[in-house]
Design a protein around this ligand. Structure first.
Ligand SMILES: [Zn+2]
Length: 553
């Protein structure tokens, strides 16, 4: 279908050129030519550079990342885009704090019936280091609060009838079976931490259950902990999402989680099954837990890259569409199959390469789109959406002037693109935008096929949503029209063998850059439709995120 479409467009252009002067061309939509200008070789070339071993995996706050940021800035400059970072540059400084638990001085113990059981760091538990205090200690009784979710608008409260004041709250990672993006929102650890703090808890334990173990195993979490955690710092120097009333946090292994329920009157199987069914139990545990943590804190910084294409409409040019893609990946880490460089080719050199080519396509348009566009390559996504959250709090243009966000992350260019999963679009009029774009490109739209993966909160669009800005993250769908190609199996294998591993590099087989062009065209077209529409995108009436986060006009 893609090839046929390309031929049709090429034929239309050729026909238009052959027309005598004055005759109406077959197509007058300037976006056709802009989309045709996106070339697979250009996407491949950007990815080759960004995912090169010399950039050492672009860990936020690394030399390799800074080189990649200069690359993005240089490309934007060569297209004639205006710098829109700090002080007339393409870079926006993001102050960060690096946080690491000192393994030797991080302890956890459980006291039950007067017996003290000591847990082993990295074998039984991992501790969340406090981003503002070098040393923290907490000892308190523990209440199991199910998911730890309070959602009054959905009539849901795991804390109902529970006094968590002065207690450590234990919870499983998941969320109730709400609709996909609400489930994702409520499963986010930041929401759970804020909710625990609001209920007067002094500490928090995440209990591992078979679901979490399947999604992100304790072993993988231990491996990823070889890198320090990062937080962004606000203008007062405080870390983001910080609650000083919480004095300790830990994640338990599956085995240690099961042990926690001993003597509680509930078997771990019963506890896990109830959570799986979306109706978790809540009860006090007959024990106290002590967590002591010593952290190593260091202030560092990184950069977002921000470029602007000014709109052509005298009024609408004061409004901005923001395209985002995260530029960072995981840097250098534990060796896997003898390789220590986590190149992040699909995650997310792909999105940044496409960001550049979408920017190029827009920059060559004459006249330019009506609204202005910001192209933002963000840092620290892998460490918790840091660069985009920082940009959301401190945008380099007026926040009210940002009308929408289109985010690009992990283009799975491993099978032909037949459909798109438009994460988040259903909450706003962006739903209509993705429908029109999909129709024009002969792509289908598919619902979230894996709500348990909570994709909606796992990339940078969520940072914009939390600022009340309608956002969409188009992700390649899993449809196939060829019995020999099974995208679900390909994706699953990629997740197991390459996702967040050094093997997500440019040597991986079957990278299909013509797929990437199609994905880029879809992203381009969404932006084009948003910039041309006299109406800015609106949240749906009574939408959860609109009601929660958007400023009432
Ligand atoms: Zn990632």
């Amino acid at each position: 279908m893609r090839k046929l479409f390309n031929h049709l467009v090429c034929a239309a252009v050729a026909f238009a050129l052959a027309l005598p002067a004055g005759a109406a061309p077959a197509s007058t939509d300037p976006s056709d030519a802009a989309m045709e200008s996106i070339r697979p070789e250009a996407i491949r070339a950007h990815m080759n550079f960004l995912a090169d071993d010399l950039l050492e995996g672009r860990g936020a706050n690394s030399r390799g990342y800074e080189i990649s940021a200069r690359y993005m800035a240089t490309e934007f400059e060569s297209m004639g885009l205006t710098p829109a970072g700090d002080a007339g540059t393409y870079l926006q400084t993001v102050p960060l704090r690096s946080v690491r638990s000192e393994a030797a001085n991080t302890t956890m113990s459980v006291t039950r019936n007067g017996n003290v059981e000591t847990l082993t760091y990295r074998k039984d538990f991992l501790a969340a280091a406090d981003p503002a205090r070098k040393e923290t200690s907490v000892e308190a009784p523990v209440i199991y609060v199910g998911f730890g979710v309070t959602a009054p608008e959905l009539n849901y409260d795991d804390y109902k009838g529970i006094d968590a004041k002065g207690k450590i709250v234990a919870m499983v990672y998941e969320a109730p079976n709400f609709e996909s993006s609400l489930k994702a929102h409520y499963s986010s650890i930041e929401q759970k931490i804020a909710n625990a703090a609001a209920h007067g808890a002094v500490g928090l334990i995440v209990v591992n259950d078979p679901i979490l173990e399947g999604l992100y195993s304790f072993k993988e979490q231990v491996r990823d902990l070889s890198r320090p955690g990062l937080r962004w710092l606000n203008k007062e120097g405080l870390p983001n999402d910080y609650f000083p009333q919480l004095h300790g946090g830990a994640l338990l292994s599956l085995e240690a989680s099961k042990q926690l329920f001993v003597g509680s009157g509930h078997t771990p199987e019963e506890v896990f099954q109830a959570a799986k069914e979306g109706k978790p139990l809540t009860f006090a545990l007959p024990l106290t837990v002590k967590i002591h943590n010593l952290a190593k804190l260091e202030d560092v910084s990184s950069h977002n890259v921000v470029a602007k294409l000014e709109g052509s409409d005298p009024a609408l040019k004061n409004e901005y569409l923001v395209y985002s893609a995260h530029l960072d990946h995981l840097g250098i880490g534990e060796a896997v199959k003898g390789d220590t460089i986590y190149n992040g080719a699909l995650d997310n050199a792909s999105g940044c390469a496409i960001l550049l080519e979408v920017a190029r396509a827009f920059s060559q348009m004459n006249p330019r789109p009506k609204r202005s566009i910001l192209f933002v390559a963000v840092t620290g996504e892998e460490a918790g959406l840091l660069g985009s959250d920082y940009f959301g709090h401190y945008p380099t243009v007026s926040k009210d002037a940002i009308v929408a966000n289109v985010n690009m992350d992990e283009d799975q260019m491993l099978w032909p693109l037949l459909d798109i999963i438009p994460f988040g679009a259903e909450h706003s009029t962006l739903d209509g935008v993705v429908k029109r774009a999909a129709e024009r490109l002969h792509l289908a739209l598919s619902p979230d096929p894996m709500p348990e993966q909570v994709i909606f909160i796992r990339s940078d669009q969520y940072s914009f949503v939390k600022q009340g800005i309608p956002a969409v993250y188009p992700s390649p769908g899993l449809k196939s029209n060829d019995p020999k190609i099974d995208p679900v199996a390909i994706f699953k294998e990629w997740e197991e063998t390459r996702y967040h591993q050094p093997q997500d590099d440019m040597q991986q087989p079957n990278l299909d850059f013509s797929q990437a062009v199609k994905y880029a065209q879809f992203a381009y077209l969404c932006g084009w439709l948003i910039t041309q529409d006299p109406q800015r995108p609106q949240w749906n009436a009574h939408d959860f995120f609109g009601d929660h986060y958007a400023k009432k006009m």
